[in-house]
Design a protein around this ligand. Structure first.
Ligand code: ZN
Ligand code: ZN
Length: 393
């Protein structure tokens, strides 16, 4: 079963942060960080339902105006999620323009701030000149950010001398029906299959299900149908970590968030030789990224957000991260406190709950983007072709 997620960085590894995660079957997408996005194809911008902003340093947030310019005349609803202060930051951006001719526009955005125990929300509508319309707070379990039918977004707060959010986007589990069993038993596809999948998702398998067969309706235990018919596979997990100092609290939070991810996109602002500067500037090195990927057991690591001082040295970042991820170098031998991060058991995979809390609707359109990549460290030079338009530097 192919995943519906197709994550791809919008820019090269020395440029602004923005990770576009397309969902193939839903025709929708989420964007993690909002640095410069003028290379993002406008059609792809129109598929966005959620934009998650780690923090509002310019290289993670200056694409806001570009996205607003594209979506303003459209009948779109966008949800922005980020740390406390995002509502003020967006209100400040909106206050920089004049909105006297947008009364008939239907574009609206909901801005959601992740606070310690709740989500604070404000609605901004073009038709009101983007006046602030505060919405009631929503209590939220630790780490929760977005939950929809097709995906879930979790977060953790990292110390970057300011709060900086890391994100994990999880795809709903795949429930596939065995066609060979259907045919062999004379079961006819119908609404009962949706009922069976719902029962599997909500783990309410005590009842029986009325199955349409070539001989009429047969009532069969849901548990038996699940055992014989359903192939249950976990969905893909994409973890995204930027701008954080390497310290015990941050490292533990990153490992917990990225545990068993299919791919971890991790900032590497500096090389190990400039470790002191990384600490001073609250950033990670490529070696840190490799260690965190190993500790979290991720399948693939993509390092990015390299300082421009190393222009032309992308290979050195990949090599340093790969050496640490593969265990060729071992950070725990140089920094004994890090060994504790390697011994934690794997956390159970969090699948999409059936009582999903919708925050924005996902339009049903296909766009045929597909994800693929080898296990281990991704080649950061292998950038998406169809995602963007224009030249790369
Ligand atoms: Zn920053
Ligand atoms: Zn940054």
């Amino acid at each position: 079963m192919k995943s519906s997620f197709r994550p791809a960085l919008v820019n090269g590894p020395f440029q602004d942060c923005a990770l576009y995660v397309a969902m193939r079957w839903q025709g929708a997408a989420v964007l993690l960080d909002l640095g410069r996005i003028d290379r993002l194809n406008p059609d792809n911008c129109m598929r966005l339902t959620h934009v998650c902003v780690s923090h509002t340093h310019m290289d993670h947030f200056m694409g806001f105006d570009h996205l607003l310019r594209l979506t303003l005349p459209r009948d779109r609803q966008l949800t922005f999620c980020g740390p406390p202060g995002l509502i003020d930051n967006i209100a400040g951006k909106l206050a920089g323009y004049t909105w006297n001719l947008t009364d008939s526009y239907t574009f609206a955005m909901t801005v959601v701030e992740r606070h310690e125990r709740h989500l604070a929300r404000t609605l901004f509508r073009a038709s009101t000149g983007f006046a602030r319309e505060p919405l009631p707070d929503v209590p939220a379990a630790p780490g929760h950010l977005v939950e929809e039918q097709a995906l879930r977004i979790d977060t953790t707060t990292l110390d970057h001398k300011i709060p900086c959010l890391a994100f994990r986007v999880s795809e709903a589990r795949h429930l596939n029906v065995r066609r060979d069993v259907l045919d062999a038993r004379g079961y006819r596809p119908g609404a009962w299959l949706a009922a069976l999948k719902n029962a599997v998702r909500s783990e309410t398998l005590d009842d029986a299900i009325a199955v349409q067969t070539t001989d009429g309706i047969q009532t069969i235990a849901a548990e038996e149908l699940k055992r014989d018919l359903i192939i249950d596979q976990p969905g893909q997990r994409v973890a995204y970590v930027v701008d954080a100092r390497f310290d015990p609290t941050n490292a533990q939070r990153i490992v917990d968030l990225a545990r068993d991810a299919d791919v971890l996109y991790c900032e590497s602002r500096f090389l190990e030789e400039d470790r002191d500067e990384a600490d001073k500037r609250y950033h990670l090195t490529a070696r840190h990224a490799g260690f965190l990927a190993r500790a979290a057991g991720v399948r693939r690591l993509e390092v990015f957000h390299f300082s421009p001082r190393y222009q032309g040295m992308a290979g050195a970042f990949r090599a340093e991260a790969q050496a640490e991820m593969s265990g060729k170098t071992r950070l725990e031998e140089d920094e004994p406190w890090t060994a504790a991060l390697l011994s934690k058991p794997a956390a159970p995979r969090a699948d999409i709950a059936s009582d999903a809390m919708p925050t924005a609707s996902v339009p049903a359109r296909g766009h045929g983007l597909e994800h693929g990549g080898p296990a281990g460290l991704a080649d950061v030079g292998n950038e998406p072709k169809r995602l963007s338009s224009g030249e790369r530097s």
